[in-house]
Design a protein around this ligand. Structure first.
Ligand SMILES: Cc1cc2nc3c(=O)[nH]c(=O)nc-3n(C[C@H](O)[C@H](O)[C@H](O)COP(=O)(O)OP(=O)(O)OC[C@H]3O[C@@H](n4cnc5c(N)ncnc54)[C@H](O)[C@@H]3O)c2cc1C
Length: 427
């Protein structure tokens, strides 16, 4: 099987104009490093506050995870609600959950205010039980959500699941109505144009090579096209964090995630598979996530390899994902796969996002695959913070952990992969 290594989203978004080869300013109030949802939404808000903001992106705007993801705009966090309560107690857990709802409101508000055409629909999500026992934990999560967080979801056992998910492979679903789905590349392109309209100075093909603290405050940001004196620097490089900011490289674990998209489906088939067109994911550690695209393809993703994307890992993952998609949806046995691609997630050692200021540098990162809404939200909130206009950071005060001897090269991933596969086997 020969599958083109191209992202469906890049192939189906109108091309964004180029922001390369523009003259760099000598000075800026704020330099933002990284041109994904975090960086661009921060640049948008900073420009609206009247700051002289320059954004540096090493490749093209949205080149990282922000144009390659599943487009699932999700409430909740990587940690499940029972975990949140166990770790933080009811009150703080409720606060963190409410923050995740605010992230969706933020995405919806930006889309509306900036009139971003990105196929956004508040379609809700399905969490599908990969094993019979996993449905019990979905039922418990539903109870915690209702009782402790005032958030209504529905847990449907396998016998009643068909109205939401036509896949015998699964053992019941949790249905949340609050989440949404969008076209990731159209969203980041729309954000970039909104930031430019607001006055942000955007630069592609301009990696920040190094940062130096200035004696009288602020930083000099060096690139191979010149240096910028910045009063403040905001680091928004998530899974692609590199040696320009070793302090964050030591705290972010880059992990690959891969997606395939089929040819468009007959509407009778798609209606039978995901009747309400909700976005979906399952309960495993090595989880699958899937949805119908706006042009009615099955988009099916997962952590088929742990390492970040290369042509080899994309090819291998495409084969694995196709087999796994057919196991879940045998109806798609003869449907050709039209696109396959991968991207890099930014995990942290405690699986929570982190934002704040460290060693003088502002940052927001570590979304662990839940970044469409959270990255957009934290970009805006940290922009408020930098501009001295408040800014709400749900993760305020949480230490941003690293590990002795870790320098950004995750040698332990093969071991972690074995461990999580084992957990999936025995859970
Ligand atoms: C395959 C895949 C599927 C996903 N699915 C979902 C999903 O369905 N729902 C969800 O909520 N989340 C999902 N995510 C996660 C989500 O996409 C990310 O959390 C989010 O896009 C992070 O945005 P960001 O701006 O922080 O980082 P990114 O979009 O990764 O942007 C970081 C940017 O920094 C740039 N950069 C790095 N170093 C430098 C430097 N020195 N100088 C200049 N630029 C630099 C990179 O080139 C990159 O463009 C998925 C991720 C992947 C990879």
């Amino acid at each position: 099987m020969l599958i083109p290594e191209t992202s469906l989203w890049s192939a189906t978004a109108p091309p964004l104009k180029s922001f390369a080869h523009r003259p760099l300013p000598a000075k800026a109030d704020v330099v933002v490093i990284g041109g994904g949802y975090t960086g661009v939404s921060a640049a948008l808000k900073l420009a609206k506050h009247g700051a002289a903001v320059t954004l540096l992106e090493g490749e093209t705007l949205g080149w990282g995870a922000s144009s390659r993801n599943g487009g699932q705009v999700l409430v909740g966090h990587k940690h499940g609600v029972e975990d949140l309560v166990r770790q933080f107690g009811k009150e703080r857990a409720r606060e963190l959950y409410q923050a995740s709802i605010k992230t969706i409101e933020c995405v919806e508000q930006i889309i509306e205010e900036e009139k971003i055409d990105c196929d956004y629909v508040r379609c809700g999500y399905l969490e599908a039980a990969a094993k019979p026992a996993h449905f019990d934990s979905l039922k418990r999560a539903q109870e915690v959500l209702e009782r402790d967080f005032g958030h209504t979801t529905r847990a449907l056992p396998k016998a009643e699941m068909k109205a939401e998910l036509g896949a015998e492979f699964y053992h019941g679903v949790l249905v949340d109505e609050r989440s949404g789905g969008l076209h990731p590349a159209k969203f980041i392109n729309g954000l970039a144009l909104a930031a430019e309209r607001a006055g942000a100075d955007l630069h592609e093909s301009t990696p920040a090579a190094s940062l130096e603290k200035r004696a009288n405050g602020g930083f000099t940001v060096k690139t191979d096209r010149g240096s910028i004196e910045a009063k403040e620097v905001f680091v928004a490089t998530n899974g692609y964090t590199g040696k320009a900011t070793p302090i964050f490289q030591r705290r972010i674990i880059p992990i690959g995630s891969y997606i395939i998209a089929t040819e468009p489906l007959d509407s009778q088939i798609s209606n039978s598979l995901i009747p309400n067109r909700r976005v979906a994911f399952d309960t495993k550690n090595f989880l699958h996530y899937f949805r119908l695209s706006p042009d009615n393809r099955m988009v099916f993703g997962g952590r088929a390899a742990f390492s970040p994307e290369t042509p080899n890992t994309v090819r291998e993952s495409a084969e694995i994902l196709r087999r796994e998609m057919i196991a879940a949806f045998p109806e798609l046995r003869d449907t050709p796969v039209a696109y396959a691609w991968g991207g890099t997630l930014g995990f942290t050692f405690d699986l929570y996002p982190h934002a704040g200021q460290m060693d003088g540098l502002w940052y927001a990162m570590g979304y662990a695959g839940h970044g469409v809404a959270m990255a957009t939200f934290l970009g805006q909130q940290m922009a408020d913070r930098i501009a001295g206009r408040g800014g709400y950071n749900p993760f305020e005060g949480m230490a941003f952990p690293t590990m002795p001897l870790y320098n950004g090269k995750p040698w332990f991933l093969p071991l972690a992969a074995v461990w999580y596969r084992l957990l999936d086997l025995i859970s």
